[in-house]
Ligand binder design. Structure first.
Ligand code: ADP
Length: 227
């Protein structure tokens, strides 16, 4: 079996450490996401899903435990290395799209590629191909304000994939959409992930959507268990 793309072992996180009312959010969380796998992370609000995703995506530092991406242990690496791995290997999608309002859909997907050193023509080709694969190729020239919530979120998925990450981390990616739109947009995300063969960890409290992924992990009392 190939090495996992993401591995967490014994991850702990405490907020307000040492103060009265300290919050022990993660108490030794373990997980492994293999290549090509789409894993659901299910928990009620406040259980620590965002904390876990931020630690997995090297945006936050755990108090204890191991965080490996593509076999490299990164919890104690210098910021420079963590930033480089995050930029090259990890894509994020949030509940809100966070697209740049003054740029078109296409530009929102091109800009992170230019920042990574990709030539403009190549970046534009990739952006168009990504937009086509989520069914909104004809919206390439629109700004976010001229698009529906579902379309905006599809653009955000494409932006997350722009630099061909190994791992996609998504925090309630369809949580802002009405149920019918959420369903279709979620399908577009899964298709995109499957087509590119990358691995994904997707937080949701929607059990129906979670059931369409390869595996479900539940976060409860700071631990992860296979559902
Ligand atoms: P979820 O994403 O599952 O809703 P979070 O990871 O956002 O959960 O939060 C988990 C717990 O940690 C909550 O009780 C939250 O209030 C607390 N928390 C999150 N971030 C901070 C912070 N920066 N400082 C203090 N407490 C925090």
């Amino acid at each position: 079996m190939s090495d996992p793309v993401l591995r967490l072992a014994g991850v702990q996180k405490v907020y307000k450490k040492g103060e009265p009312g300290e919050v022990h959010v993660l108490r030794g969380a373990d997980l492994s996401v293999r290549r090509g796998e789409i894993v659901a992370l299910v928990a009620p609000s406040g259980a620590g899903k965002s904390t876990l995703l931020h630690i997995a995506g090297l945006l936050d530092i755990a108090d204890a435990g191991t965080v490996e991406i593509a076999g490299e242990a990164l919890q104690d690496k210098p910021d420079r290395r963590r930033t480089a791995v995050r930029r090259d290997s990890v894509g994020f999608v949030y509940q809100f799209h966070h697209l740049l309002p003054e740029f078109t859909a296409l530009e929102n997907i091109v800009l992170p590629q230019l920042a990574n050193g990709t030539a403009r023509a190549t970046a534009e080709d990739r952006a168009r191909s990504l937009l086509n694969s989520v069914g909104i190729g004809e919206r390439a020239g629109h700004r976010p304000a001229a698009m529906s919530g579902g379309e905006q979120q599809r653009v955000a998925f494409c932006r997350a994939m722009a630099n061909t990450p190994k791992l996609l981390l998504a925090d309630e990616p369809t949580g802002n959409l009405d149920p019918a739109t959420s369903d279709r947009v979620f399908d577009a995300l899964v298709t995109l992930v499957r087509d590119t063969g990358l691995s994904a960890l997707i937080a949701t409290h929607n059990l129906e959507l979670a059931g369409r992924m390869d595996r479900i992990l539940r976060l409860e009392d700071g631990h992860l268990t296979e559902a």
